[in-house]
Design a protein around this ligand. Sequence first.
Ligand SMILES: [Zn+2]
Length: 434
Amino acid sequence: MIIRGGTVVTARGVDLVDIEVTDGLITAVGADLGTPAGGDIDATGLHVFPGGIDSHVHFNEPGRTEWETIAHGSAALAAGGYTTFIDMPLNSLPVTVAGPAFDAKLAAMRRSSIVDFGLWAGLVPGNTTHLAELVERGAMGFKAFMCPSGIEEFPACDARALREGMRHISALDSILLVHAESPEVLKAYARESLGAGAFLASRPPLAEFQAIDTALGLAAEAGCRLHVVHVSTTRGAQLVRAAQARGVDASAETCPHYLLYTDSDLERLGGTGKSTPPFRSARDRDGLWQMLAAEELPMVVSDHSPSTLALKQGTDFFKIWGGISGCQSTRQLLLAEGRLELTTVAAVTATNVARRFGLAGKGDIAPGFDADLWLVDLGHDDVVRREDLLYRNPFSVHEGLRIRGRTVRTLVRGRTAYPGGEPAGRFIRPGARS
Ligand SMILES: [Zn+2]
């Protein structure tokens, strides 16, 4: 099969070239490949990106399938140009902190996922004896919370538990992801009333700075690879960057909601806009965009953390579920803002994610890579509409925002995953082909 006439966008450049696909692999990329045949795809007028990789989603299966399911979540990703995701160890039940829970989630993924997938495991106090069995099973790495996670069954690690966990994770040559908000700082700013303003005040940027600093220091000491999830402030991202310059093996990600909203939007948006950390200042928002454009911040992921609509409503902002539904629209939202080059969009939503987490054969359009491709009509502008969302609970804080690009087709290893994808996603271990 040859995908003909499309404008191919990679992190390396933009080119009008054909892509030859054989048995799910890209076998050639170049001008005017071969003679046209029946199975070819005409991509004239379309852009072709490497399939997106969302390394931060919560699909909640097994256990909390009223909030999200693998079938719904993976269909939403395919519709938005994504071909791979890595699922978080919560908010499924059981949480993924030991071998049997990992096996149960993997079985559910194999049954239902339309796109390829990896699994994060959890680091919680007391589970260091289970880390090796999780690595053996193919865990991409481990996620820990430095502050309460929002669910009781996934407790936070204090500095001692983090340090202990990092020593094990380093010895296993794996990576630790941290939700970085300092519980001490959060305690100092604890709630004073019910509303959005009080919620924002209760989770100040200082909590993020302190926690990132602590995590970086511990990781440097332990020689542990570290990744800071959903960084919400410019200074937070700069701390990671500065540690890198000192030789610490650290990285960070941000999310569309920190790039599209500020703290002054939260009152108006209400509960659907509640996330932790919360929205920040316009300066932070703009600083994060600048760092992405300058390739100083390598990734944008959704942190798709859905729930029922009922849990996103109420007068007490502290009781509302803290999570944003958004994995379907990440790329289209970034493209609509127009602040990043197309090559940078490819880099921060695919190439850099694959490189950092060792997703072999993913994230680029070149011979030898999986034929994971997003064929998109960038001439099409629209807004996020509830009726187009494929989530188990189709609502999102992004409803009404401008998006750019209509997905014409999403291919996973050469097979159509959108429109009309089948649950044929494959499990990916770090460093190994799917
Ligand atoms: Zn998350």
